[in-house]
Ligand binder design. Structure first.
Ligand SMILES: [Zn+2]
Length: 209
């Protein structure tokens, strides 16, 4: 047990030392008189304080409630959309998970949304597969990432014209208009629609698994 420093990677539950030798530090726990790792990581010992820590390896970036996630719609089902997350708070995420959002407009008594409802939305938001969406995480119930799109800075950040493929749609009241073919796309468009970062994301989505 005196070569802990040389171990590169341990799995959760792995006994690393006896408590007489080291105290349990970060990412460890004591079971049966032994200090064990609670994560996948590399053991690091503090010889001065005799504390054993484990540094977590590539901790998966999982969104927390309140985080802003951006990604593309990979599936529509009933009143739900599935968004493949590419950014969490503007940081690239490679974990490959999806968030879900409801396309129903909730009655939150919010003036901004009341005006949306009074327009042509009839209580349901319209999205298409491939749309680049930004949402805010509000629940992690049942291991799913639930996002809301109900704010000015949330919703559609980029898409293309589904009639002619034009990539430069113009933001108009209640949606987007194609200057090329005149097609109107009814969407919940967010306030900074069409930023360049999202334009490139649209093209990249077809290269991602
Ligand atoms: Zn068009």
């Amino acid at each position: 047990m005196n070569k802990i420093q040389e171990i590169d990677r341990v799995l959760p539950g792995k006994p690393l030392s006896v408590i007489e030798e080291f105290e349990s530090g970060k990412n460890t726990f004591v079971f049966d008189g032994e200090v064990r790792s609670s994560v996948i990581g590399k053991p690091v010992v503090n010889m001065v304080n005799r504390i054993l820590n484990v540094t977590q390896r590539n901790p998966p970036m999982i969104p927390k409630i309140g985080d802003i996630v951006t990604g593309y719609i990979d599936m529509l089902f009933g009143n739900m959309i599935s968004v493949r997350v590419v950014y969490i708070n503007d940081k690239n995420s490679h974990s490959g998970f999806s968030a879900i959002a409801s396309t129903r407009i909730s009655n939150m008594g919010n003036n901004y949304y009341s005006s949306w409802r009074e327009r042509n939305y009839k209580g349901k938001l319209i999205f298409k597969v491939g749309d680049i969406i930004r949402g805010r995480v509000y629940s992690l119930l049942n291991s799913s990432i639930h996002i809301t799109l109900e704010d000015k800075d949330l919703g559609l950040v980029y898409t293309i014209c589904f009639s002619c493929g034009n990539t430069d749609l113009i933001k108009v009241s209640g949606g987007l208009k194609c200057p090329n073919c005149g097609n109107y796309e009814e969407r919940k468009v967010c306030i900074d629609y069409g930023k360049e970062a999202f334009t490139s994301l649209y093209d990249k989505q077809y290269l991602m698994g």
